[in-house]
Each structure stands twice: as structure tokens, then as C-alpha cells.
Design a protein around this ligand. Sequence first.
Ligand code: FE
Length: 226
Amino acid sequence: MVAKSVPRLNNQRMSLAGDDPRLAADHEHGSELSETQLRVRALESILVEKGYVDPAALDVLIETYETKVGPHNGARVVAKAWTDPDFRQWLLTDSGAAIASLGYTGRQGENMVALENTSSVHNLVVCTLCSCYPVPVLGLPPVWYKSAPYRSRAVADPRGVLHDFGVELPPDTEIRVWDSTAEVRYLVVPTRPVGTDGWREEQLAGLVTRDSMIGAGLPKRPQDVR
Ligand code: FE
């Protein structure tokens, strides 16, 4: 990729701030950006200046993950499984193909496995090694998914983790924990909420939360969205 336009960032101001105490003070109190945002911007600026990245390409990537790839994709998969028995069957037997039929493909979604929650089984997904995640259907993983406490406790004490997320399951519900890898990514199909008979797919999709597709939450109930 070749840089085609000037950096969007005012790198000059940051280097000036480093040299001049008055500007440094202004920098500390005047900027609306956090330390991390400033670091990211400085890094982006250098990469652009050196011609390693194209700002337009970065914009496309960011826009993709902000608007196109996200939990709304997975919610559509789940809602379709709730309303279409043939699709549900397909999803549970050949997840990748069923998900791809809705247009959700791409990196980190090559081998997808859908796990269906039932009245007796609840599935919880983790990546104990790092942060493997079904990106085409859920987007980028939340911070807690990548955190060491979640990664270790999800395996050692899944019920305790669910409790921390506000999920209390009946004592006899079996909790199955699935460890994602670079090869296999899991999507939980939560149980369809009661009181949604006759709901259209689009309405149902509005009940499917990101956390419910990781297994760390439950879908919203009809009374939650009224
Ligand atoms: Fe991982």
C-alpha cells in the first residue's frame, strides 16, 4: 500500500509539545484525546509518512468493522435459525456453509461451529490461549474476552463467570465450555426467548445480544425491548 494523501494527524503539535513546557501543558489539558488515542494517532502518522499504510485503506477497514462486521450479523444468523427449521438444521450440521449463505465469510471465520443452547445445555465460548473469535459474525472481540481472568476462569469456574455476567442457570443445566482456536470459531445459538411467537426474523434479531452468542449472556426478553 502506498500513502496517497497527507497524514490526518497533527504530528507537529505533539513533537512541539514535547519540547516546550507551555505547549506541553496545553497538550495535557487541551486535548480531548486519551493517551492511547494519541499514541495510535502518532503511530498511524509515522506509518503513513513512511508509506507503509494508505489512510484511505485504513478508513475502509475501520468503517468495515464499525458498520458491516459486527454482532448484528450473528444476530441475523440466530434469528433465522429460530424461525426457519431447515436453516437451523443446516446451521447445526454445516455451520460454515449456512453462515456463508447469508454472506458472512472472511478471515477468522473459515471454520465456524454453531452450538445450540437447550433447556439442559448452556454453551460458553472462550479462547484460553489468546482471543480467537468468530469475527465475520461477531466483529471484534470485547476487551473482557481477551482478558486473562476470563480466559482462565471460564474453564475453571464457568458458573461463577456467568454469575458475574448476571446469568443464573438452573443447577442441573450442564455448562459446556468451548475453547476456540485459530482453526475453529464457535457461535452460540441461544434459546429463543419465550413470548416471541409470531415475531418476524428482524424483530427477533433485535433480541440477540453479542454476549448471548458468546454464551456469556442471555438474549433480551420481549419486555426488555418494549
Ligand atoms: Fe486465540
